[in-house]
Design a protein around this ligand. Structure first.
Ligand code: SAM
Length: 279
């Protein structure tokens, strides 16, 4: 794919970094051409160069935000990398449920949840495998920086191709309604999930109340777009909002930037992390 020598890609990369902390490699500058086509059309522009000139002349926070959002990678699927879900079901959740038998509640955070499949997967897993906890308060918070994917997560509506990725057939029948060409998450699963816009680069993190710590956090496949410094700051914040006996899942190729505050645990063919407490 071609890039144009007259476009100031450095300016665009810096703009994206300033808003989402995503570090874009210059070798992938061509992505600006493909991902900003629609935005250019909506602005009545035909060239990236025009867009950059326009932004340099006059600040436009709404447009800048749309550019940063358009450059996010929103790849996801139901029960992605199935092992963390399997481990939760067989080992980790039974223990957490036992530990929370007095408060009868568990809080989950699907951070950078894209179109919501990760959050809904957790909700379906709880509903399907822990029916005895029907009276418990299970809350799943889903957050992402991109408004388009947040709207889709809130709608809980998926195309056949998305349904075919990772979702057991019996879950389709049990937890979705067929609406036109799409499938919509049933209300009993939807009501367990709450979605909102949040930037993981903001400080403090969206959930900072000490009395509302999370029991399980999924922070998967987003840190790979961040610098080492951003990862370190983010994981220090995550450490604060995770219960002392809570569980952190990262993407299969991701590691904590500061290993001194996390204990890696190998189980079920995957790795999860426990927060280390200061001694
Ligand atoms: C590849 S998806 C991962 C989705 C899901 N966690 C998974 O593993 O399937 C990465 C998501 O991170 C979001 N993202 C990128 N930068 C972010 C930021 N600074 N704050 C919050 N979300 C961000 C993107 O919008 C995108 O939806």
């Amino acid at each position: 794919m071609q890039t144009s020598s007259s476009v100031d890609y450095g300016y665009l990369r810096q703009l994206v970094f300033g808003l989402s902390l995503n570090v874009l490699d210059p070798s992938r500058d061509y992505l600006f051409e493909t991902r900003l086509t629609k935005l250019l059309r909506n602005q009545g522009m035909s060239q990236l160069e025009e867009l950059v000139q326009h932004l340099k002349l006059r600040k436009n926070p709404v447009l800048e935000r749309s550019i940063a959002e358009a450059m996010t990678i929103n790849e996801t699927s139901f029960f992605r990398d199935s092992r963390p879900f399997e481990l939760l079901r067989t080992e980790l959740l039974p223990k957490l449920i036992e530990a929370r038998r007095n408060t009868r509640g568990l809080r989950f955070w699907s951070a950078a949840c894209s179109t919501g499949q990760e959050a809904y997967s957790i909700a379906m897993l709880l509903h399907e495998h822990f029916p005895l906890q029907a009276g418990w308060n299970f809350r799943i918070e889903g957050t992402d920086i991109c408004s388009e994917v947040m709207e889709r997560a809130q709608a809980g509506r998926y195309h056949r191709i998305e349904m075919n990725r990772g979702l057991p057939a019996r879950f389709v029948v049990r937890y979705f309604d067929h609406v036109g060409e799409d499938w919509e998450v049933k209300p009993e699963i939807r009501k367990m999930c709450n979605f909102r816009l949040a930037n993981l680069g903001s400080s403090p993190l969206p959930f900072s109340r000490i009395d509302e710590r999370f029991d399980v956090i999924f922070l998967r496949n987003v840190m790979l777009y961040f610098s080492q410094e951003t990862r370190k700051t983010l994981l220090a914040g995550i450490h604060k909002v995770l219960a002392p006996d809570g569980i952190l899942f990262l993407g299969s190729s991701e590691q904590p930037a500061d290993p001194s505050i996390w204990t890696p645990m190998l189980a079920g063919g995957t790795c999860h992390f426990r927060p280390r407490q200061p001694s």
